[in-house]
Design a protein around this ligand. Structure first.
Ligand SMILES: NC(=O)c1ccc[n+]([C@@H]2O[C@H](COP(=O)([O-])OP(=O)(O)OC[C@H]3O[C@@H](n4cnc5c(N)ncnc54)[C@H](OP(=O)(O)O)[C@@H]3O)[C@@H](O)[C@H]2O)c1
Length: 252
């Protein structure tokens, strides 16, 4: 029997990149998957999951709006019935240099990357706790613990996510395990120039970019076998945390 047979997983931002890889991997472990999307279609992925013999639901919401995130948790519960595992993967990342950073940009990043995971974790986690079991997994970032100049709201959102993980792990114990996976340089934006890629490689001790599979393995471990792990952050960062801190060579 596969590890997640009979489980229902909700993955936010599931249609592309890491979310998609996580969805396919957990479906291969036997889970049915609720696929949250915002602008992507998600229908191809749903068909791929159906081809694995699992159920898939595609549900749309703009998680930059906290009220919509709250409504979305109810929509999911009405459509699917229950969620056994929540993977908060959706996020926005874009440069926000201080001279052009506005309160509106700040809100967009913080709401999408931190408030939405909080809202979903609280609503679904409480139900998991009442049911006596469940797992919540947050997608953090190594830059949640190392400052990156020009990305203030993003770094703050990811740092907050790590504390959210710890507090919820305590709050929902012993029924629900709450953990985070914090990738390093894994799938850089397509817009990255060769020079930017080389700079990333130069500060990554393992001297390569990670692959989606590196992150997926950590997620799969935590949701299938990590029954005595809660409140932890698993860094999948090619050793970035032990290299020279980014913050020493940059300034806001
Ligand atoms: N890729 C990396 O190397 C890396 C490194 C460190 C940390 N991470 C973290 O790992 C996670 C996945 O990374 P990724 O690079 O695969 O992410 P991504 O492609 O940048 O974004 C994931 C999804 O977030 C959704 N999203 C964006 N804005 C949204 C909004 N307002 N409402 C709802 N959904 C929204 C998008 O859904 P639609 O496509 O449907 O619009 C998108 O597909 C993120 O939390 C990221 O911070 C990634």
């Amino acid at each position: 029997m596969t590890a997640l047979a009979g489980k229902i997983v909700l993955i936010t931002g599931a249609a592309r990149r890491l979310g998609r890889a996580i969805a396919l991997s957990l479906a291969a472990e036997g889970a049915d998957i609720a696929l949250h999307v915002h602008t992507s279609s998600g229908e191809d992925l749903a068909r791929e999951i159906a081809a694995l013999g699992r159920r898939a639901w595609v549900m749309r919401a703009n998680l930059a709006r906290p009220e919509e995130a709250a409504r979305f948790s109810e929509t999911v519960l009405a459509a699917v019935g229950r969620i056994d595992i929540l993977v908060n993967n959706a996020a926005v990342v874009f440069p926000t240099p201080l001279p052009t950073l506005t309160a509106s940009l700040w809100r967009t990043v913080l709401h999408t990357n931190l408030t939405a995971p909080f809202v979903l974790s609280l609503r679904l986690g409480r139900i998991m706790q009442r049911r006596g079991m469940g797992k919540i997994l947050q997608l953090g970032d190594w830059s949640g613990v190392r400052p990156v100049a020009g990305y203030l709201p993003y770094c703050v959102s990811k740092n907050g996510l790590l504390m959210l993980t710890q507090v919820l792990a305590k709050t929902f114990a012993p029924q629900v395990q709450v953990n985070a996976v914090a990738p390093g340089p894994v799938l850089p934006p397509d817009s990255y120039t060769t020079v930017e890629r080389q700079a990333v490689l130069a500060r990554t001790p393992l001297r390569r970019l990670g692959q989606a599979a590196d992150v997926v393995r950590a997620v799969r471990f935590l949701v299938t076998m990590g029954n005595f792990v809660s409140g932890s952050t698993y860094f999948v960062d090619g050793g970035c945390l032990v290299s020279e801190p980014e913050g020493t060579s940059t300034s806001l």
